[in-house]
Design a protein around this ligand. Structure first.
Ligand SMILES: *Cc1c(COP(=O)(O)O)cnc(C)c1O
Length: 377
């Protein structure tokens, strides 16, 4: 019989043999550069829309290869303001997936938009040109495509279906910072991209923050106005529907530091996900995504008909796991669309299980999780 790997480093106070789903303290403890950047802002006396925000916006746009990045207060705000800037008006329809956490639904409903759902592909659990084409209606104004778990959907093919009909496409890149296909980064392919920098995302702030990215000058201008009361110039309201949704200087300064580390950290995430795929090969459970540059392993998600038993087996060994996501949007009580049927999304919600996947996960922890999985599947 195999022997369960053990924690051998006695120099830390970490609970022995308990493996968290995520642990941001491990990043924070050694992050001197971010601490110095925060201190710089505190001492500067300038806290909103200053040099750090402009610098981050420029550096992030350069990294992605877009003309613009506009820093906002959260990822959900980024979705909402991007929908407005892409021309969605009250009563119009947004098409999206129901298995992606409900963020697009939340943003669209705040804007008074009707949300319609397309089912996802059976193997990737992502929207595809085919599933989108089947679900479009004459009222669809924008399609929101989520790069779920950090795997890029084929947005170019979805644009090919949508653009000839005058429908615009928004990428939800909250889980996919740094993912690329054929040299194009997530967020740079469709009409605009929305990012969240929530503290557990691949590119993480120290609180809430988000951004819209685009190479469309009009969309960028519109988002810039909407994030600050609709102002064109100070105190001059030029666009209706504005809000206060600014990123703050502390978050922008932290994000500048962390942007430099993004590719390296994504590499480690990808290695962890690949190790799980190896451990589960030839078992009844499978990882949903593997891959190279097009997968940044925001989440390492397995799929099994015995999901709940696997989660219990991990829990019994002190290993954290999560479900992303247990309730598809159209089955949420407040959305209430019981007549809608999305068989792939519904089945997946019963079978997916996310495993610990963060750059500071230690090798003994990864070995232990793989050991417990191999014993349990
Ligand atoms: C986290 C997340 C969001 C929302 O971001 P917030 O910054 O928490 O508002 C949107 N979409 C997806 C896919 C996410 O994972």
């Amino acid at each position: 019989m195999l022997v369960r790997p053990r924690h051998t480093d006695t120099s830390t106070s970490r609970a022995r043999d308990s493996i968290p789903f995520n642990d941001l303290r491990r990043t924070a403890e050694v992050d001197e550069d971010t601490a110095a950047a925060v201190e710089r802002v505190v001492r500067s006396g300038w806290y909103l829309l200053g040099e750090e925000t402009s610098a981050f916006e420029r550096e992030f746009a350069d990294y992605l290869g877009t003309d613009h990045a506009i820093g906002l207060a959260s990822g959900t705000d980024a979705l909402e303001l991007a929908l407005a800037a892409l021309g969605c008006a009250t009563g119009q329809e947004v098409l999206t997936a129901a298995n992606a956490g409900g963020y697009s639904t939340c943003a669209a409903r705040r804007r008074g938009l009707h949300v319609r759902y397309a089912d996802v592909d059976e193997s990737s659990l992502l929207l595809t040109a085919e599933t989108v084409a089947q679900a479009l209606t004459a009222r669809t104004t924008v399609v929101v495509v989520t790069h779920l778990y950090g795997k890029m959907a084929d947005v170019a093919a979805i644009c090919d279906v949508c653009h000839p009909r005058g429908i615009r496409v928004l990428e939800d890149c909250a889980q996919a910072a740094g993912a690329r296909t054929n040299g194009s980064l997530a967020g740079s392919v469709a009409d605009a991209g929305a990012f969240s920098f929530y503290p557990t995302k691949n590119l993480a702030a120290l609180g809430d923050a988000g951004a819209v990215v685009t190479s469309d000058d009009d969309v960028a201008e519109s988002v810039r106005r909407l994030r600050q009361y609709g102002w064109g110039a100070k105190y001059k309201v030029q666009q209706d529907g504005g809000r206060n949704s600014r990123v703050d200087e502390i978050q922008a300064a932290a994000l500048r530091v962390r942007l430099r580390e993004l590719d390296g950290r994504n590499r480690r995430r990808r290695e962890i996900a690949a190790r799980y795929a190896q451990a589960l090969a030839d078992t009844s459970a499978q990882m949903v995504h593997t891959g190279e540059q097009d997968y940044v392993a925001h989440l390492a998600v397995l799929r099994s008909p015995r999901r709940d038993e696997l989660a219990a087996a991990l829990r019994a060994e002190g290993i954290g796991s999560e479900i992303h996501y247990p309730v598809p949007d159209h089955r949420q009580a407040v959305i209430g669309a019981p007549s809608v049927s999305l068989p792939v999304s519904e089945a997946a919600s019963q079978q997916v299980l996310s495993l610990p996947c963060f750059p500071e996960l230690e090798q003994w922890e990864l070995d232990t999780i793989c050991f417990v999985l191999a014993e349990s599947v």
